[in-house]
Design a protein around this ligand. Structure first.
Ligand code: NAD
Ligand code: 6OD
Length: 500
């Protein structure tokens, strides 16, 4: 019987499925199991096999063995054919992936259908294309004595890549790294979040169905410290680590990686600013800010948690944003109209609620929200909080400087363009910013002025997969996307031939 039933959408499945690790092309049980509960109801939905140290070692060895087989000798075009089969498979298993993703996260079915799952397949198609069309460098050298040489770079796989990802956009963030890693000829061991083991498991099924050679894609479930995440990132045969998650976890992994000088790519936390100028289309700025603050329950690294609004429109903007936040509909995930989703876990809900309390104790005025909704049904056992808008905090309050990762933003006024950039840049993080203006000159000034990896003008979370993606300061190390991914997931070797 399939594990991926529509019952998962209710957070109340009749039976609890077992999710296994995928090593060397086989689903295997290993070590103990842990319970995965629904954030919608708090009821258990899966038993998950936690990979112990020997299971992680077996996965890394399977990946090493796969690199010695045909996979390592395929051309980019041949690997691209396999990647496109994976994309086809993801599209064929679309509804299973929706059930898996919604079951694990409680996000709305409409978001899973329009964002999370389509991006999984799109990542494989995009990187199949990039890898087959990307050029490498070539130079002709002429020395003073007249000798000439041709230099050209060949791109080789890095080897075994460890991929460790979080729970907020599970399939999207996982495939964003698996697709380029495979396109470049690597073998991977992936460790999804303990909170979201399901869509990674469907991806493993799709890999097998698509004929990806055994050992090229391996999946280990478990936690971070003293569990699968740590065993994987400190495994001596892992050649590179790509990680998305909290900045503090990035620091822990960086220390482990430094011991063996492993190459790392880190996509980390954010405390993103939105700047609303008085000349902006106010309707668009309000609706755009509703999206950028509250999408996915505020649990997107790119979400806006600090809004700065030019003083003449501050009061109107704040009132309209608070009104729209209070209107966002609750509902079950299977209801297309649902807009609010639960936070991922009780632990994360407690953290977010502690920031609601902290904001109040630091002197915030709560314009809307600030508490927990009540349903009178099974969702009262879940992890919901109210979308919240606050104002009145100083720039250095903890609630305005620390990443909360929930459906809350603080609004403050500004008077000049330079002040707006200074306020936005006054952060330890540097991931994303959004600017709302109709002034073309300002739109072009904002990019260079803001110390972040991505600046959106009059939009949010619109992504061309060829562009560099990553963060500055505590928000990350390196860039992925298009040729930037190819640079991380491959090693160039320069070949120099003297032309006699
Ligand atoms: P997290 O850092 O707690 O966990 C992420 C992953 O790392 C999980 O799989 C976890 O099991 C694993 N892990 C934890 N400790 C580890 C360790 N010591 N060694 C190895 N692995 C370890 O993050 P989270 O709570 O799952 O996700 C939320 C965070 O992710 C937020 O800070 C958010 O901003 C960030 N994020 C960043 C981006 C980006 O692109 N910059 C995207 C999504 C999420
Ligand atoms: O769009 C992407 O590729 C991407 N990496 C998004 C990250 C979202 C963070 O939660």
């Amino acid at each position: 019987m399939s594990l991926w039933t529509p019952e998962l959408l209710t957070g109340q499945p009749k039976s609890v499925g077992l999710l296994r690790n995928f090593v060397g092309g086989e689903f295997v049980e290993s070590g103990s199991t842990f319970a995965k509960v629904s954030p919608v109801t708090g009821e258990q939905i899966f038993d998950v096999c936690e990979a112990d140290e020997s299971a992680v070692d077996a996965a890394v060895q399977a990946a090493q063995a796969a690199l010695k087989g045909p996979w390592g000798r395929l051309s980019e075009q041949e690997r691209a054919v396999v990647l496109r089969r994976v994309a086809d498979g993801l599209e064929r298993r679309f509804e299973d992936l929706v059930a898996a993703e919604v079951g694990d996260t409680g996000k709305s079915i409409s978001q899973a259908r329009t964002l999370d799952i389509p991006r999984g397949a799109a990542n494989f198609r995009a990187f199949a294309d990039f890898a087959t069309t990307a050029a490498t460098e070539s130079y002709t050298t002429v020395l003073p004595d007249g000798r000439r040489a041709l230099n050209y770079a060949v791109r080789k796989p890095v080897g075994v890549v460890a991929i460790v990802v979080p729970w907020n956009l599970p399939l999207l963030l996982l495939t964003w790294k698996v697709a380029p890693a495979l396109a470049c000829g690597n073998a991977v061991v992936v460790k999804p979040s303990e909170e979201t083991p399901a869509s990674a498991t469907v991806l493993a099924e799709v890999m097998a169905e698509a004929g990806v050679p055994a050992g090229v894609f391996n999946l280990v479930h478990g936690f971070g410290p003293s569990s699968a995440g740590e065993y994987l990132t400190r495994h001596p045969s892992v050649d590179a680590i790509t990680f998305t998650g909290e900045s503090a976890t990035g620091t822990a992994i960086a220390k482990v990686a430094a011991d063996r000088v492993k190459s790392v790519s880190f996509e980390l936390g954010g405390k993103n600013a939105g700047l609303i100028f008085a000349d902006a289309d106010l309707d668009a700025a309000v609706e755009g800010s509703v999206r950028s603050v509250f999408t996915n329950g505020g649990q997107v690294c790119l979400c806006t948690e600090r809004l700065y609004v030019e003083r003449p429109i501050f009061t109107e903007f704040a009132e309209r944003l608070a009104q729209r936040a209070s209107e966002l509909t609750y509902g079950w995930p299977a209801d297309e109209a649902t807009m609010n989703m639960p936070l991922i876990s009780k632990q994360h809900r407690d953290k977010v609620l502690s920031y609601y309390d902290l904001a109040r104790s630091e002197g915030a005025e709560v314009l809307t929200g600030g508490g927990v909704p009540s349903f009178g049904d099974a969702r009262d056992g879940g992890c919901y909080v109210q979308p919240t808008v606050v104002t009145g905090l100083p720039q250095d309050a903890r609630a305005t400087t620390e990443e909360i990762f929930g459906p809350i933003c603080h609004i403050a006024p500004f008077d000049t363009e330079d002040e707006a950039y200074a306020l936005a840049n006054d952060s330890e993080y540097g991931l994303a910013a959004t600017v709302w203006t109709r002034d073309v000159g300002r739109a072009h000034r904002a990019g260079p002025a803001l110390d972040v990896g991505i600046v959106w003008i009059n939009t949010w979370f619109l992504r061309d997969l060829r562009t560099p993606f990553g963060g500055m300061k505590l928000s990350g190390v390196g860039r992925e996307g298009g040729t930037h991914s190819l640079s991380f997931y491959s090693e160039p070797t320069n070949v120099c031939i003297e032309l006699t």
